[in-house]
Design a protein around this ligand. Structure first.
Ligand SMILES: [Zn+2]
Length: 503
């Protein structure tokens, strides 16, 4: 069936760059044109509207997004007392283990976390409250005990040896995994569906799902793959495992994704060359050099695209050093094809000019989250406090990445920041360092074509031309020209030819 979407303006991000209508046939774009439109079976009139290609969010945790949106008010707490009050309301009509996500103590006047006694006072059920970045979780005694997290590395204890209710690293992974296992398959499906609905309401037509089997089990991905046709958007799965055989068995051509090489700055677990400014130590890498090299090499030779999470400068340097070593071990024919694989680095936040150069030389593809800078990158923000301005100032060099010709795609890391590309585009435009800001069209391209390229999908997604997927969104104003895109929402979103959202 051929459907015509008639707007005032269509930005194709292709050739020709503009049109007035889009004709689709089933799942694909047949033509974009101007003037008198051709015959069609159905006409959708969008007078005055502007159509742009659907956004591709290159870094999403769907189930986690669903969990966050069950109790989004957790993010608005501004003190430990407020957080405890909100938690009391959230647990009120729940029985069984309670998992919530999204507090951010870096926004509080005094960033003191609630004590384990306060957490125990919220509920007798096992309770876990995941920090906004996912790398640290608060839990009551029952949650810590039943999940087995107390025996794992990263379960914090006070000077008398009693648990504080704070877990990071392995203990955090174990705790979250245990809570996740208490969700029924149906609950997981609903959480994923809620998250996908939220995404299409913001003009997103494709997400790269960063599956975390250590925290959510393989079941989480299996459920997603099983019901993905029911979802209103397209999903490209990446699995955070080093098990190449498993990924090949799943029929995937990608591995790793958000596989962490280090932690986060918020949890003070990022791996740094120099210690944190306000915290002991400089984090640690989660992989030995040889172990990481074996993984990269094996996955590359198996024909897979590899992605890893790296935030701290030492972690990013380890990733660069390891890819250089793998590259050296390849024969000349294999080397010629290396860059085309676009191995990914997620976050890449503390990369200085030299690390950007090394990534460029390797042809690495960078998956950035511009809203991290808007949330935490400005003077006085979390990065400044955790690292000092000397280091925080040089983070997230978006302009340098583009200028050096790296592949750059963009995402939200939802639920860490909201799944709203226009918020991300506003963050690109408002970078803390004016020299690193992107212009509107560059920012839009990063969130469409750039992200599509990160998954080798630029022949299907990210622009509108004959044969491309019918993925687009229509807005009452022109998102390319309006002064500020903040708060702008589509009136219609179309994904794979289906009208999946209408305001
Ligand atoms: Zn990550």
């Amino acid at each position: 069936m051929r459907t015509l979407y008639r707007a005032s303006l269509v930005h194709t991000l292709s050739h020709p760059p503009k049109g007035e209508w889009v004709l689709i046939d089933g799942r694909h774009v047949q033509r974009v044109g101007s003037g008198e439109p051709p015959q069609s079976d159905r006409v959708i009139e969008l007078p005055g509207a502007t159509i742009i290609p659907g956004f591709v969010d290159a870094h999403v945790h769907l189930t986690g997004t669903g969990v966050h949106h069950q109790a989004p008010e957790v993010a608005s707490a501004r003190s430990p007392q407020e957080l405890i009050e909100i938690l009391r309301k959230v647990v009120k009509d729940k029985d069984g283990p309670v998992l919530v996500h999204g507090y951010d103590e870096s926004k509080w006047d005094r960033p003191e976390l609630p004590t384990i006694d306060e957490l125990d006072g919220v509920t007798e059920q096992p309770l876990a409250v995941v920090r906004v970045d996912g790398h640290l979780t608060l839990a009551n005694r029952r949650g810590l005990e039943e999940s087995g997290a107390l025996d794992a590395d990263g379960a914090e204890r006070d000077t008398d040896g009693y648990p504080t209710g704070t877990v990071t690293r392995e203990a955090n992974v174990r705790l979250r995994h245990w809570f996740q296992q208490h969700l029924a398959d149906h609950d997981v499906e609903e959480l994923q569906l809620d998250a996908a609905s939220l995404a299409v309401a913001h003009g997103v037509t494709c997400i790269h799902e960063m599956s975390m089997p250590k925290e959510r089990g393989m079941r989480d991905l299996e459920i997603l793959v099983r019901h993905r046709a029911r979802l209103p958007l397209d999903v490209v799965p990446y699995v955070a495992t080093t098990d190449v055989g498993r990924v090949l068995d799943l029929g995937l051509r990608r591995i790793g994704g958000d596989l962490p090489v280090d932690g986060s700055i918020g949890a003070r677990t990022a791996w740094l060359f120099e210690p944190f400014a306000d915290h002991e130590g400089s984090g640690a890498g989660y992989f030995g050099d040889d172990e990481l090299a074996e993984f990269f090499h094996g996955a590359h030779l198996a024909g897979l695209q590899v992605g890893v999470h790296a935030i701290g400068d030492a972690a990013i340097e380890q990733v660069a050093r390891t890819w250089e070593r793998v590259y050296q071990a390849l024969d000349s024919r294999e080397r010629r094809h290396f860059r085309a694989r676009r191995h990914r680095v997620e976050h890449f936040e503390m990369a200085d000019g030299a690390l950007v150069e090394r990534a460029a030389a390797l042809g690495l593809a960078i998956s950035v989250q511009p809203s991290f800078d808007a949330e935490w990158g400005h003077p006085g923000g979390l990065y400044d406090r955790g690292l000092g301005w000397g280091r925080a100032e040089g983070m997230n060099r978006f302009r340098t990445l583009l200028d050096r010709g790296l592949e750059v795609g963009a995402g939200s890391d939802s639920p860490i920041t909201i799944i709203d590309p226009l918020a991300g585009i506003a963050a690109f435009e408002g970078h803390h360092d004016p020299a690193q800001r992107l212009h509107r069209e560059e920012a839009v391209r990063a969130y469409t074509i750039g992200s599509a390229r990160l998954a080798h999908q630029e022949d299907k997604k990210g622009s509108l031309a004959p044969g491309m997927h019918a993925d687009f969104a229509a807005y009452e104003v022109d998102p390319m020209a309006v002064d500020s895109v903040e708060g702008l929402r589509p009136v219609l979103t179309v994904s794979l030819g289906r009208d999946v959202y209408a305001a």
